[in-house]
Design a protein around this ligand. Structure first.
Ligand SMILES: *Cc1c(COP(=O)(O)O)cnc(C)c1O
Length: 358
């Protein structure tokens, strides 16, 4: 019997993908990096195949390799800069690098394989600075990239910086000897904020996995991930007794405390100590004391909790839900960190689209 697990609703994932693709109006290049934002890169990519994406985006050669070995045949773009020493591995797995360094571009074009040019327009993280594209015109005249991209630093919050970055991107594109056949810039929040897309592809990430890019947007994603665990112990705690490390929680009356086998080593953040809330048969139960590495205690005094009962730490149960937005706000981290922080100790259970309730 599974004591603690993460449920992944692949039907909801696909509905989120269909919703944001409809708004973008162009084919998508879903980002399945970081093991599909923690939910399982290959499973997520295989499910998204149903939406006929242009290809997939990953962060590393290894992540791309995992998709290839799993049977993905569409284009796969690696979005972090690659080293010269990785060129062979990329070619073997038929991965498309996003390049910005002139020396690496020189080496790559000798392979004759497709590549995308990453133009840095203000993120200052990866890619060729937009004002240097003209300087390398000869290089591009010898081998035009198959696609050209940039990345916005504040897509979900700031339209002015996005306008500036788009002007720089246009400047970089104009400096190329020809118009590339593929151009992409928008992540999920950029499409939530402004659509249709101005380019040929868009690159959604967090929205697919149930995270809204910003508050009050026109699209709200369905939740995709749930974290659940069974109660493994229940004890009465007398008035004045304390719970967990550092004794930060004291019973102010006789209480019942339930222990659940999930802790910060599973990705249930320590910042949820004395603040987090979970669901037991649709009822909210508060975290009592510090979240520990492998266990968390909840005050279940006002419930009929029994051993083996399922506690929902993230996700919905009985009409109520601990949303990704709520959990990230409670521990003051981004929803990206909550999802990618879910550790592999929690087995993933997949709910296929056909089984999902609409
Ligand atoms: C992660 C990433 C995205 C997706 O961003 P979201 O905010 O999750 O939609 C798009 N493009 C690049 C280059 C990325 O690294």
């Amino acid at each position: 019997m599974t004591r603690a697990w993460v449920e992944v609703d692949l039907g909801a994932l696909c509905r989120n993908g269909a919703a944001i693709a409809a708004r973008a109006g162009v084919p998508m290049l879903p980002m399945v990096k970081a093991n599909g934002y923690g939910l399982g890169g290959l499973r997520v990519a295989l499910a998204l195949e149903a939406l006929d994406p242009w290809g997939f985006g990953v962060a590393s050669v290894h992540e791309g390799d995992v998709l290839r070995r799993g049977g993905i045949t569409r284009p796969i773009v690696v979005f972090t800069p690659i080293l010269q020493t990785e060129i062979d591995a990329l070619r073997r797995a038929q991965l498309i690098p996003a390049l910005g360094d002139p020396a690496v571009i020189e080496s790559w074009i000798r392979t004759g394989h497709p590549w995308h040019l990453h133009i840095d327009t203000g993120m200052s993280r990866a890619g060729m600075p937009w004002h240097l594209v003209a300087h390398h015109r000869d290089l591009f005249a010898r081998a035009m990239p198959d696609g050209v991209l940039t990345h916005f630093h504040s897509a979900g919050s700031d339209d002015e910086s996005r306008d500036l970055q788009e002007r720089r991107f246009a400047e970089g594109l104009a400096a190329l000897p020809a118009r590339p056949s593929l151009m992409h810039a928008e992540n999920g929040p950029a499409i939530e904020r402004r659509a249709p897309s101005r380019w040929s592809l868009f690159r959604p990430g967090i929205f697919l996995y149930g995270g809204a890019g910003f508050e009050g947007g026109p699209l709200q994603p369905e939740p995709v991930a749930s974290m659940r665990a069974r109660i493994v112990e229940i004890r009465p705690v007398a008035t004045g007794e304390t719970v967990s490390y550092d004794a930060t929680w004291t019973a102010d009356s006789p209480r019942r405390i339930a222990t659940v086998p999930v802790g910060y080593a599973d990705g249930y953040r320590r910042a949820l100590s004395n603040k987090g809330v979970a669901l037991l048969r649709g009822k909210r139960i508060p975290v009592a004391g510090r979240v520990t590495m492998d266990m968390t205690m909840f005050d279940v005094t006002d419930t009929d909790a029994a051993l083996g009962d399922v506690v929902t730490l993230l996700g919905s149960d009985g009409g109520d839900a601990i949303t990704l937005a709520e959990m990230s706000a409670t521990c003051d981290v981004s929803p990206y960190e909550i999802l990618t922080g879910l550790q592999t100790r929690l087995p993933r259970q997949y709910c296929e689209p056909s089984e999902a309730t609409a």
